[in-house]
Design a protein around this ligand. Structure first.
Ligand code: SF4
Length: 265
């Protein structure tokens, strides 16, 4: 029985990717994003960034990984982070250690799959969390907004969450602290709203501030994308490819840094 893994799925950003859930079988998150594709965050599982849970991997995790990975020697990424915010699990690095060890023992067609982490960035202001996160070879960190009004509307963070300036500062620190060869990608999901009384993050003030924030963070990659599945709120809908292209063009102009690769998906 599969307890920890999903896929592998073909992903536009990662190639062939095997998902790993380090949390329980329900969503546990510090955000309640309007566009979340796994639904609204239940009140009892909507937690502060200070919340921690201890969930070490059982011996079954290693067995499950091996049983799947031996059939996909062309895998591109082992990707941690489903069912919410993976950094809430104090045992996150124990999962990484097992995956890294399994990767060493198997044969791969081309390059070995990279060890990737998704995070919503809400816990990165804790130094010990950044120390764990920097161990992943590729960190995909969320930053959809750069004003506190947009933060509250779009990500709807837990009441004990820090503000968006602190999150941007933490991402800047993380980038500086990451070891050579490890990469940081900032993922910004931009969406529209059918409701006239609801301002989506696809607004000029937010996008201008986001450009300033990204210029400061200096990630290796900036990935602009939009909703692809059913969002948590009925009024959210995706921006089209033309708008994504415009946003990328604007960001390239404003950031003006050839070391940062900016793309849309
Ligand atoms: S951070 Fe991710 S899991 Fe949490 S509510 Fe937002 S989209 Fe959903």
């Amino acid at each position: 029985m599969r307890q920890y893994t999903y896929g592998p799925f073909q992903s536009r950003r990662l190639g062939l990717s095997l998902g790993v859930n380090v949390l329980l079988n329900y969503k546990l998150c510090t955000f309640n994003c309007v566009y979340c594709e796994i639904g609204l965050t239940d009140q009892e599982n909507f937690v502060s960034p200070e919340f921690r849970i201890k969930l070490p991997p059982s011996p079954h995790f290693r067995k499950e990984l091996i049983s799947i990975l031996k059939y996909v020697p062309h895998l591109n990424s082992i990707t941690f982070g489903y069912n919410g915010e993976p950094t809430l699990n104090e045992n996150l690095l124990d999962f990484l250690e097992v995956a890294s060890d399994v990767r060493e023992r198997l044969n791969w067609t081309n390059k070995r799959p990279i060890l990737t982490l998704f995070t919503n960035s809400s816990t990165l202001y804790f130094k010990d969390i950044r120390e764990k996160v920097r161990e992943f070879e590729l960190v995909l960190a969320k930053l959809d907004v750069a004003t506190n009004d947009d933060f509250k509307r779009t990500n709807r963070p837990h009441s004990k969450s820090t503000n968006i300036e602190i999150i941007i500062e933490s991402l800047t620190k993380l980038r500086q602290e990451m070891p050579r060869g490890h990469k940081l990608a900032i993922q910004s999901l931009i969406y529209n709203s059918y409701r006239e009384d609801f301002i989506p993050n696809n607004n000029t003030i937010n996008l201008n501030k986001l450009a300033q924030a990204l210029k400061m963070i200096r990630p290796d990659f900036i990935q602009i994308y939009s909703t692809a599945r059913i969002p948590a709120e009925y009024f959210v809908y995706s921006i089209d490819d033309e708008r994504k292209r415009e946003i990328v063009k604007e960001l390239k102009l404003k950031i003006n840094d050839d070391d940062i690769k900016i793309n849309y998906y």
